[in-house]
Ligand binder design. Structure first.
Ligand code: NAG
Ligand code: NAG
Ligand code: NAG
Length: 330
């Protein structure tokens, strides 16, 4: 239903392209709609339709597929849509065939939003399997009734979830994969009910970052680092594709320190995000070309000395690097 409504609004929005109000039929009625262009969800606003008719007008409002008779209409938006289209149809009392319709698009500002609590550690504000997480129904001012929804249905709490006494905060002691989805809160104040802007808990994100230079100078130490942020636990590994790097090569945690010894070589470093259960989650590769050493003003002797050092490490092409501070994150 909501989807269908949204589609209608989108179509109207496209049709109107900012030109509101727009007379869609006979101009002779000179239909006007008075009332605000913007409303706050849950706060009532009055709209009046007026026109010139012979001898008098019959007014019909059409809002969200419902017809309401009369020249005035009180809109109390529930926050589900960003726009509401108000359509006023006017007919002459004696001449029913003369019909005019005016459509007015009203923007709805929703003050209620589900969002991660800001009073939890910054790291916890991005949901992750296994970690605790707090969501708030932001913008709700007690005393009101707050009801939580997940994926469009009333949220059923399990033993990992608790609500604060005013229902404004939903706490997960430890997130599970099944907690992923759309969260909304409904704020009820007497007969007025507002459904919040939604928040999605999503564990599918994998952000892999590989930093370091594209061109590595012979005889100079070049640093590369591999990091990943994932919705599930992940560790990172380095993958070495075009063979083992020649020169002095040190892998230290999530970092690589490489002093190449051979000009012209192209080395491909790959940063791989892994999960013990799900395997490879994502990766990023970077080709690095070894270039001639650039002239240095100082310490040219020590540079030359360094470049001749070649460290041979047994050819394990994939090195398990320690998790990126996982312990600290939990
Ligand atoms: C609840 O509704 C009453 C009556 O309409 C209003 O005065 C009050 O401000 C509302 N409270 C909140 C928190 O919106
Ligand atoms: C809290 O939520 C429950 C169900 O989710 C509801 O029955 C109860 O009325 C709510 N209480 C408040 C104060 O919002
Ligand atoms: C590379 O890493 C080494 C060791 O951590 C450090 O001493 C050096 O300053 C780094 N070089 C650059 C260019 O970041």
């Amino acid at each position: 239903m909501q989807l269908k409504m949204n589609l209608i609004y989108t179509n109207l929005l496209l049709a109107l392209t900012g030109a509101v109000p727009l007379v869609m039929a006979d101009h002779s009625h000179m239909v006007e709609i008075s009332g605000p262009d913007e409303v706050v969800a849950g706060v009532s606003a009055l709209y009046q339709c007026s026109a010139v008719c012979r001898p008098s007008c019959i007014y019909t409002w059409t809002v969200e597929g419902q017809s309401i008779a009369g020249s005035t209409f009180t809109l109390t938006a529930n926050g589900m849509s960003t726009f509401v289209s108000l359509s006023c149809t006017v007919t002459d009392k004696d001449q029913k065939s003369r019909v005019s319709t005016l459509v007015r698009l009203v923007t709805v500002i929703n003050p209620i939003a589900v969002m991660p609590s800001t009073d939890q550690p910054l790291l916890n504000q991005t949901p992750k399997v296994g970690r605790s997480f707090h969501l708030t129904c932001n913008g709700a001012v007690p005393p009101v009734t707050i009801v939580w929804f997940k994926d469009g249905g009333v949220l059923s709490l399990d033993n990992r979830m608790t609500l604060s006494s005013d229902n404004a905060t939903l706490t997960f002691s430890a997130l599970e994969k099944g907690d992923g989805g759309q969260y909304e809160c409904r704020v009820i104040n007497g007969s007025v009910s507002v459904i919040s802007r939604d928040y999605w808990i999503n564990f599918d994100y994998v952000i892999v970052t590989l930093t370091g230079p594209d061109r590595a100078e012979v005889g100079v130490v070049n640093n590369f680092s591999c990091n990943a942020k994932c919705g599930v636990d992940c560790t990172v590994q380095w993958g070495l594709h075009a063979g083992f790097p020649k020169g002095k090569f040190i892998a230290e945690g999530t970092r690589i320190h490489w002093t190449p010894s051979e000009v012209g070589q192209t080395q491909v470093f790959t940063c791989i995000a892994m999960n013990p259960g799900a395997g490879k989650l994502g990766h990023m590769s970077k080709p690095v070309t070894v270039i001639e050493g650039q002239p240095r003003l100082l310490a040219s002797n020590s540079m030359t000395a360094k470049s001749s050092v070649t460290v041979t490490i047994s050819a394990t092409l994939l090195m398990q690097i320690s998790a990126f501070g996982l312990k600290g994150e939990l």
